[in-house]
Design a protein around this ligand. Structure first.
Ligand code: BES
Ligand code: MN
Ligand code: ZN
Length: 493
């Protein structure tokens, strides 16, 4: 799907040659004398069109309008969220049609938020997964022109959104692929291909290299599977060599059966999405490769399957992590933290200005925040604020959760330095407290995307979240001074 941006008022929009013209109608907008404006004014007056976000009026071959299909859609005050609702409605209405070229005309007052929301929502609402369907017909819409009052003024927001779409769609593609089509090996190859196509650096480590690094915790999770683990290192260098990088870490469990602590069968297929964090790291790199921000970025993906097997790790086993800390694995289903802790230790070698891990980590986070906001934890207030603001701006929101040390009490054990589970209460926080033990060397953020990375039910599929948040966050980190050391800035300790 290709996007372009053009300066387009209502008069210009009337003459647009496309298969469908979608016009977003704002509350209280001044209307001119051209054919389109008059039509809008009449429809509003007759009560057949409302400016309520998403309210839709369709017409065919309207007088004075070049496009055969015309959709007038209310968009309220044209905030990002309202534009998203409006565009979702319009694209849903066109889903069964043959429309290939679409022009989407935003109100003259639309700001950058509206432009970004429009681009991302068109892509999101028209996305179709095809890879493993034999008659895979993709989305019909091929070309989308976004019409704004001043294309030059909206250019930057538009470019960021178009790149974000590429990232979101890469993340969706990999997260949606069935687990036998998205193994750790496949993810490693995808990272290599991404790097090759876009001038990134990529290194993929296998079991031997990972053993040499001493990643005993990661290896313990992988040992129950026939599929070899992969540890992926991606690098984008957009700043001076000595500039401390930002490090993103993705949980890449390509299938989570729970291991010996096996999960119930119902909806277990959805555990193919347990590499959503890894997919979002790939997606963020896809966008960054296109946007070329002046920042150094490292991406780490720890990827393996979590399977039951004669050789699988057992409840009660004690393993030694790369940090040297020993871990008693009391529940093999709490595997995400076991692979992430070694990646967090590995991240130290980059002397990062901040590390953010992204993981479908806990069912408890789904209970706490549902599918609306991702759980966000940070050892540093500035980092927390930046993540929160990025999520809000990208309409991919997160919510800060606490990190009081009291939440770590239940992780104490007589047989190792730490256990991998505590009681059920506050499970998302307990998981974060476990991870925090491995992050003392840098400011650290953690996004628990268990509730936001995919949808179940009839609309089952990856959401591509939190690629939008990550791209916004990364773009905002350009030229930032290094974040303050974690010990001084910590609030939730
Ligand atoms: N991948 C799951 C978390 C998950 C569960 C995400 C359901 C989305 C929906 C994770 O590996 C897991 O199994 N976590 C356990 C931890 C528990 C054993 C402490 C959980 O949340 O039940
Ligand atoms: Mn699990
Ligand atoms: Zn998992």
């Amino acid at each position: 799907m290709d996007f372009d941006l053009k300066t387009l008022g209502p008069a210009g929009a009337s003459g647009e040659k496309c298969d469908a013209l979608v016009v977003l109608v704002m509350q209280g907008a001044a209307l001119g004398k051209d054919a389109l404006s008059r039509l809008v004014a009449q429809a509003l007056k007759a009560g057949d069109l409302e400016t309520k976000p998403g309210h839709l009026l369709q017409a065919w071959r309207s007088a004075g309008i070049a496009a055969p299909r015309l959709l007038l859609v209310g968009c309220g005050d044209a905030t990002g969220a309202q534009v998203r609702t409006a565009v979702q409605g319009a694209v849903a209405a066109l889903r069964a049609s043959k429309v290939r070229r679409l022009t989407l005309c935003l109100p003259a007052q639309a700001g950058d938020d509206a432009v970004r929301a429009a681009v991302i929502a068109v892509a999101d609402a028209s996305y179709t997964y095809v890879t493993t369907k034999s008659n895979g017909e993709g989305r019909k819409i091929e070309q989308v022109s976004i019409g704004v009052a001043n294309a030059d003024a909206s250019r930057q927001a538009f470019e960021q959104a178009a790149a974000t779409v590429k990232g979101i769609e890469l993340a969706k593609e990999w997260a949606n692929r069935p687990p036998n089509h998205a193994t750790p090996t496949h993810l490693g190859e995808a990272a290599k291909a991404l790097a090759k196509a876009h001038g990134l650096e990529c290194e993929v480590l296998g079991p031997r290299e990972v053993a040499k690094l001493g990643m005993g915790s990661f290896m313990a999770v992988a040992q129950g599977s026939e599929e070899p683990l992969r540890f992926i290192v991606l690098r984008y260098n957009g700043a001076a060599k000595g500039d401390a990088p930002l490090v993103l870490i993705g949980k890449g469990i390509t299938f989570d059966t729970g291991g010996i602590s096996i999960k119930p069968s119902a909806e277990m297929d959805e555990m193919k999405f347990d590499m959503g964090g890894a997919a979002s790291v790939l997606g963020a790199f896809r966008a960054v490769a296109q946007l070329r921000p002046s920042i150094n970025l490292v991406g780490l993906i720890a990827s393996c399957e979590n399977m039951p097997d004669g050789r699988a790790v057992k409840p009660g086993d004690v393993v030694t992590s790369m940090s040297g800390q020993t871990i008693e694995i009391l529940n093999t289903d709490a595997e995400g933290r076991l692979i992430l802790c070694d990646a967090l230790t590995y991240a130290e070698r980059f002397k990062p200005k901040a590390v953010v891990d992204i993981a479908t980590l806990t069912g408890a986070c789904v209970v706490a925040l549902g599918a609306v906001r991702s759980g966000m934890f940070a050892s540093d207030d500035d980092l927390a604020q930046a993540l929160q603001a990025a999520g809000d701006a990208a309409l991919d929101p997160c919510w800060r959760m606490p990190l009081d040390d009291d939440y770590a009490e239940g992780l104490k054990t007589n047989f190792a330095d730490v256990a991998n589970i505590a009681g059920r209460a506050g499970g998302a926080v307990v998981a974060a407290k476990f991870l925090q033990r491995f992050t003392k060397a840098y400011p650290w953020g953690h996004l628990d995307i268990a509730g936001t990375a995919w949808k179940g039910g009839v609309a089952k599929g990856s959401t591509g979240r939190p690629v939008g948040l990550l791209v916004e966050f990364i773009m905002g980190q350009q030229g930032e001074p290094p974040a303050k050391p974690v010990r001084k800035a910590a609030r939730h300790k």
